[in-house]
Every structure is written in structure tokens, then in C-alpha cells.
Ligand binder design. Structure first.
Ligand code: AMP
Length: 489
């Protein structure tokens, strides 16, 4: 029984903040099979659940499932149940709380204008406020996902055409959204006005493809055309591609963490090779934080490109001192602190013969809670390392992300609690250093942030959020405190 207003929260125990991957194809013989392949390449962006919606010219068909793409969408019967030349899909990632099927995307609704499906990567930072207003006006929500707000805004818009309704809906949104939508008329892909989350366009024969990352184009053999521009809507109708910029042009603020960690190293994000950027960050780290050591060792897999860059710049040999088992999921993704600790042990093992008696520089992409670093440093010591120096290929993560990367609340971020000497003690390293924010910008080919101002959303490092955060600001200070206290436990 509900004891509070039904719209008091969007997340009945479920987290709103989640990183996701999206893929859509318009005009393909085997659209849903292509989407399954594309989602498979985007699996690193979300492992909790996956879904595909197709349109056969008359009807929409949806299959959504908990778990990985493989096992759910590599089955002929499933792909056969998703007929049509247009299809889009979604992989979802959420670390805690309820993992209900009703939140798995694409979300679909029958609107007065016809069917409407949406796959969303990002997080709408005023979703709770919008939901409250919509519920007051009679909307009945089916999920606890922020994405559903978009459907209700389209449904209740007083504009005439579906495109105008959609643009009208987007004008209400604050935060990060890369979207792929399907209607009976065709497919719409768009990116929020700051382009916080990535989205690219590709071509395969006469088919147009949209995907979170270029790696998903590679997997289906498609050619990369370009990134969708911040604030751009691309429509595909009867094979024709049309682009509109309903919000005017604004300075872009794409997520810098895509380059640091989230995207696959073989992807091109906003025109830059993720692998090359990560190597350049490592080289920058070697310049900013040199250390006398015998070996550079990456924390696999996320620390590998930066470690190569560090080794090349410093001249210290690169070696695989930690071997990773590929049969356990990403450490961070396993819910619950106890399981996460266990996951680290299952996932990594020291290459003892190499480490014993050596002074080592360990390279990882980021420290979030500090769990991984603590375990890995200890693992190096247990394997006989003489000295362990930790170098991190991003600045300290001091602030939560409200735009779709699942970081824990501030109280759990190690760098929000401790200064660098405190963090060094916590992880039991001989030394610890992070690349500077200017160094990170330099690795991305920019001049110093201090000179040019923010070119990215780097709020996780700087606290400089590029949009208002209505839902956060709406919380009374005492609620913010109790919410934090609740979640810390
Ligand atoms: P922690 O153990 O909490 O400090 O997490 C740090 C590790 O998690 C690093 O090795 C990163 O590669 C990885 N990581 C950082 N941010 C994320 C994220 N948002 N989602 C999943 N993994 C992450």
C-alpha cells in the first residue's frame, strides 16, 4: 500500500542513473538481427537487460529480456518474432535496486498519432519534476524510468504533427539524452543540445544506422558517416535522411568520461580515437607524475592503453603483471559491496613471476570507490612487489554524474572523502597521482581548460555541471542529507 503520493519518487528502489547503449537501423531486410549484432558490440555499456523493437509496416513488435544480448537475442525464434525493415534496441545497465522488466527499453506506447518506441542513453535531470506535473494532469506511468517522461510529453503535446510534438517534448527536458525513436513514418535519432552522450550515424547499403559507438557500426560492416551533432535531430523517412536543429547551436559539452573509461577503445567518439586518447593520457601522466620504477603494469582491461602511453613516454618497460579472467563481468557492475570485493578477486590475478622483487607503476583509468585499487595494490604486494606506485589516467572523481554514467553518490566517492595523501594511505600505495584536468584536455587535443573554459562535461572531476539539475535542487537539504545517509549504508 502506498503511504506517500504515488509520484513522490520515480525510482521505487531503482536507480535512475544508468549508462546504456542504443542502436537503430532503418531500411534493412533483417533489421532486428542487425540490431542484435549492434547491441552485442555495445554490451560493455549495459549488461543488466536488453531489448529490441521492430516495425513491419503495420505493427510494432518488442522483445525485452533481463541479462545479456547473447542468450536472449541470438535465438532464431526471437529474431523471427521481430519482423520488419526498421528496428531499434537498447542495452541497459543499472547497479542496484529493482531490475524490473517494465524499465527495460525500448519503451513503447500507442499514441493518438500511432505507435511510438524510444531507446534512450543518458539521464533526464528534471524527470521527477516533469513526472510530478504529468501525473497531476492525469498521466499514468507504466515504468519507473526517466525515459517514459518523453513518451508522456509527446502524447500530451498540443502540436499537430508528430515531429512537432516530439520537438515540443524535447524542449521540456534537461540533462542528457541520445535517443533513437521509431514511429510508423520512420526513425528519429537525436542528441541533447550539449551532446552529452554520444551518438553516431552510419550506412550499410541503403540502410541508415544510428549507434552509441562506432564499434557497433564495425560489427555489422557499416560505414561510419559522422557523429550526430549536439541538438541535432536526424529523420529517416522512406529512405530519405533529413536533419534539423530545433534548438539552435550551442557550445557542445560531450561527456569526457566516455574517453576515459566508458567507450570501447576501438570506437571513434566525437571524431577522436578512444584508444589514441587513452594512450595520450598515459603519456601526459608520465610527464606530470614520473616515478623511478622497473615495470609499468596496467589494471586490465581499462588501464591498458594509458599504461602503454605511460611506458612509451617514460621508457619503463610495459608488462602484463595482472592477468584478467574474461569470464566474470566488470567489477563495478556487480551489485553490493560484498560481491564487488569478491568480484575483484575473481577477476584479476597477479603474474607473480614477473612482479616479485620489482618496483612497479600500476595504471588504471579511474578510482571511484577505491575498492579496485585497494585490492590490486595488495595483490601486487602479496606477489612480492618491492614498491607499488599508482597512477590514474583521469583526475580524481569527486562528483556524481547526473547524466547517465552510473557513479555512486558523492559520499561513496573516495576522492570526495579524502585528499591525495589520504587516498594513498587508503589504498596502501607507496605513491598515488592523477592526471590533471588540463593534462586530460591536452590529451584530447585541446589547450588548457584554464584558458579555454570547459569543452566537455567534466562535472565528475570539476563539479561544473553544464545544465541545471532540477531534481537535485528540488530536494530539501534535509532530504539530500537523509538520502545520502540512507544510500551510504
Ligand atoms: P572502484 O573500485 O569503485 O574505485 O572502481 C574503479 C574501477 O571501476 C576502475 O578500474 C574503472 O575501470 C571502473 N569504473 C570506473 N567508473 C565506472 C563506471 N561508471 N561504471 C563501471 N565501471 C567503472
Amino acid at each position: 500500500m502506498l503511504t506517500t503520493h504515488p509520484f513522490e519518487s520515480l525510482d521505487d528502489g531503482d536507480k535512475l542513473r544508468e549508462e546504456c547503449g542504443i542502436f537503430g537501423i532503418a531500411g534493412a531486410e533483417t533489421a532486428s538481427a542487425m540490431v542484435a549484432l549492434g547491441l552485442h558490440a555495445l554490451q560493455h555499456r549495459g549488461q543488466e537487460a536488453a531489448g529490441i523493437t521492430s516495425f513491419d509496416g503495420d505493427h510494432f513488435h518488442t522483445h525485452r529480456a533481463m541479462g545479456h544480448v547473447a542468450g536472449n537475442f541470438d535465438r532464431d525464434d526471437v529474431i523471427r518474432s521481430l519482423p520488419g525493415h526498421n528496428a531499434c534496441g537498447h542495452v541497459r545497465y543499472s547497479t542496484t535496486g529493482e531490475t524490473a522488466l517494465r524499465n527495460v527499453q525500448p519503451l513503447y506506447a500507442d499514441l493518438a498519432s500511432g505507435g511510438f518506441a524510444v531507446a534512450h542513453n543518458g539521464n533526464i535531470s528534471n524527470a521527477m519534476k516533469l513526472k510530478r506535473d504529468l501525473v497531476r494532469r492525469g498521466s499514468i506511468f507504466q515504468s519507473t524510468s526517466d525515459t517514459e517522461v518523453i513518451i508522456h510529453l509527446v502524447a500530451t503535446s498540443t502540436y499537430r504533427t508528430l515531429l512537432d510534438k516530439f520537438i515540443d517534448a524535447l524542449r521540456h527536458l534537461e540533462g542528457a539524452y541520445s535517443l533513437i525513436c521509431m514511429t510508423p513514418e520512420g526513425m528519429i535519432a537525436c542528441r541533447d543540445p550539449l551532446g552529452i552522450r554520444p551518438l553516431v550515424m552510419g550506412k550499410l547499403g541503403n540502410s541508415i544506422i544510428f549507434a552509441s559507438e562506432t564499434v557497433a557500426l564495425d560489427v555489422v560492416g557499416a560505414d561510419y558517416i559522422r557523429s550526430i551533432e549536439p541538438g541535432e535531430l536526424v529523420l529517416v523517412r522512406e529512405g530519405e535522411v533529413e536533419s534539423v536543429h530545433p534548438f539552435g547551436k550551442r557550445a557542445a559539452r560531450p561527456c569526457i568520461f566516455e574517453h576515459v573509461y566508458f567507450s570501447r577503445p576501438d570506437s571513434i567518439v566525437d571524431g577522436s580515437s578512444v584508444y589514441s586518447v587513452r594512450k595520450a593520457i598515459g603519456a601526459q601522466l608520465a610527464i606530470e607524475a614520473p616515478v623511478d620504477a622497473d615495470l609499468v603494469i596496467p589494471v586490465p582491461d581499462s588501464g591498458v592503453p594509458a599504461a602503454i602511453g605511460y611506458a612509451q613516454e617514460s621508457g619503463i618497460p610495459f608488462e602484463l603483471g595482472i592477468i584478467r579472467s574474461h569470464y566474470v563481468g566488470r567489477t563495478f557492475i556487480q551489485p553490493g559491496d560484498k560481491v564487488r570485493h569478491l568480484g575483484v578477486k575473481l577477476k584479476h590475478n597477479a603474474n607473480r613471476a614477473l612482479i616479485d622483487g620489482k618496483r612497479i607503476v600500476l595504471i588504471d583509468d579511474s578510482i571511484v570507490r577505491g575498492t579496485t585499487s585497494l585490492k590490486i595494490v595488495q595483490m601486487m604486494r602479496d606477489a612480492g612487489a618491492k614498491e607499488v606506485h599508482m597512477r590514474i589516467a583521469s583526475p580524481p572523481t569527486r562528483h556524481s554524474c547526473f547524466y547517465g554514467v552510473d557513479t555512486p553518490e558523492r559520499a561513496k566517492l573516495l576522492a570526495a572523502k579524502l585528499d591525495i595523501p589520504g587516498m594513498t594511505d587508503f589504498i596502501h600505495a607507496d605513491s598515488l597521482a592523477f592526471v590533471s584536468i588540463d593534462g586530460l584536455y591536452r590529451a584530447l587535443g585541446e589547450t588548457q581548460r584554464a584558458d579555454i573554459g570547459p569543452q566537455y562535461c567534466d562535472a565528475c572531476f570539476t563539479g561544473d555541471y553544464p545544465t541545471t539539475l532540477t531534481d537535485q535542487d528540488d530536494l530539501a537539504p534535509e532530504d539530500q542529507f537523509s538520502l545520502l545517509a540512507e544510500r551510504v549504508n
